[in-house]
Design a protein around this ligand. Sequence first.
Ligand code: NAI
Length: 247
Amino acid sequence: MVVGGASGIGRAAADRLTAAGHHVVVADVNADAARTAAAEIGGDWLYLDVTDERSVAAGFTALDDVAVVVNCAGLSMPGPIVDLELSAWQTTVDVCLTGTFLVLKHAGRRIVDGGSIVCVASLNGRQPGTGMAAYCAAKAGVLMLVEVAALELAERGVRVNAVSPGLVDTPLTEGISFIPGLREEYLENTPLGRAGTPGDVADTIAFLASPASGWMTGSAIDLNGGAHMRGYPDLLGRIKALADDDG
Ligand code: NAI
């Protein structure tokens, strides 16, 4: 089951897991895209909204013998803390953090003994960025949730790990190209000098889903071209510079 598998990193993970021999179910709030993705990989799809417990519970109840669960559902609603609407905070936390809790809860009930759960966290789970309060806080929470779930599910041999990507070119990050210099600042802060591809992340997800990582649980893999060793771009500074130029 790849939750959030209709786009970006999740879509690439669905490809990789199919290639590894899994029968993949694409679960997403975007039903049309999930249906299309499932048709392309020869898998199944279902509507699932990670913010709605009934939907998450129904999604897992519909499946037997789930061996691998990947949670890629996520979004970001940026803004400075002093101006951030409570609704934007709540939406981000609902999808990224509470959604991860609900997936872990219902995946934890249904997954087979010895199964593997992989959550997509973020570089922002450990590295702060201006304008990213809700996303950073939610992703830091995801990293801790993964550790707690790993402890609780270990007695059944279920492994729970995270992958923490830096900048990856997906529909989620298309907006950064509208802010002059922002992408360049990301890349200056990335020792390997390039953004990630969805396939880069999917390869690591497939590793965490496979027996090759059989002695790993409660771990988070940094996957960011080395960006965790440098600073994070100043999103709000870039937006202010853009407004000053326009004004
Ligand atoms: P994306 O926007 O391409 O894909 C996200 C998917 O999640 C979409 O298919 C969307 O429909 C689904 N989704 C959103 N809300 C949902 C909900 N309530 N219930 C079920 N599905 C829902 O984004 P991308 O980049 O592939 O992101 C995947 C994950 O990777 C997210 O958790 C994101 O925070 C994380 N990430 C992305 C990075 C990037 O630079 N693209 C960097 C670090 C982490």
